[in-house]
Design a protein around this ligand. Sequence first.
Ligand SMILES: [Zn+2]
Length: 275
Amino acid sequence: MKVYISVDMEGVSGVVHNEHTSERGFDYQLARRLMMGETNAAAEGAFAAGATSVLVSDSHGGNGARNLIISDLHPDADLVTGFPRPLGQLAGLDESYAVLLLVGYHTRSNAAGVINHTVHGRAINKLTIGGREMGEIGINALLAGQAGVPVGLVTGDDLTCQEGLDLLPGIETAAVKRAVDRYAAQCLAPKRAQDLVRAASERAVRRAPSLKPFAPGHPAVWEVQYKDTGMAEVANQVPGTTMHAPDAIRFDASDAVTGFRTFSAALAIAAGTLR
Ligand SMILES: [Zn+2]
């Protein structure tokens, strides 16, 4: 049984600020070790539940998705690191995987929660897919769903776990911190956070055969509202997109992967205006 573990950084216990998540941040080296600890805990849980292979994705955009410290990686796991790459936080995921675990995730933009954002905090204000606001949990659930892979676990702050449960009722969660404000949280000590993640991962992987892939249906309309009108105007250069509002584009996607590719191409152009 193959298990895919996608690991972001904002939802790891102890991480609450850009000084943790940016490679130039004062606390970045500590944050990547904390991220590594929850990653290995999730891998241990997966192997304890019968996983035969575990692929870990370094899914945090900071430092070009080279945050995890491979010399400390669980010896039986593989690691996808580096960016850009197809499928973003799920690079390499395909039909052969039994379950997807989302570790260290965060709430979507326009919602409360520690360092809430959707994919690019300085570029995207709101993403709506098929009439429903989505963050990274939603995007990844859709992409995995197209491959027939269910999400089994979401970990992060308490609000992130709730966002996961709202979208994917019945999944396992592990709240490793309680959101106090966008840049503040009550955090579990790393050892206890890792114990929670390990146990939840084990439960999720044991339940994998009975979990259902997320498949709300495509074709669907994707709408992307950016932080300013200039970003929307250049994003609209991607063929197939139309202006939806002065600061937003929309497009029809035949399936989740196609939608994500259009979304990613438009975002790359939009984010280019920040330079
Ligand atoms: Zn991140």
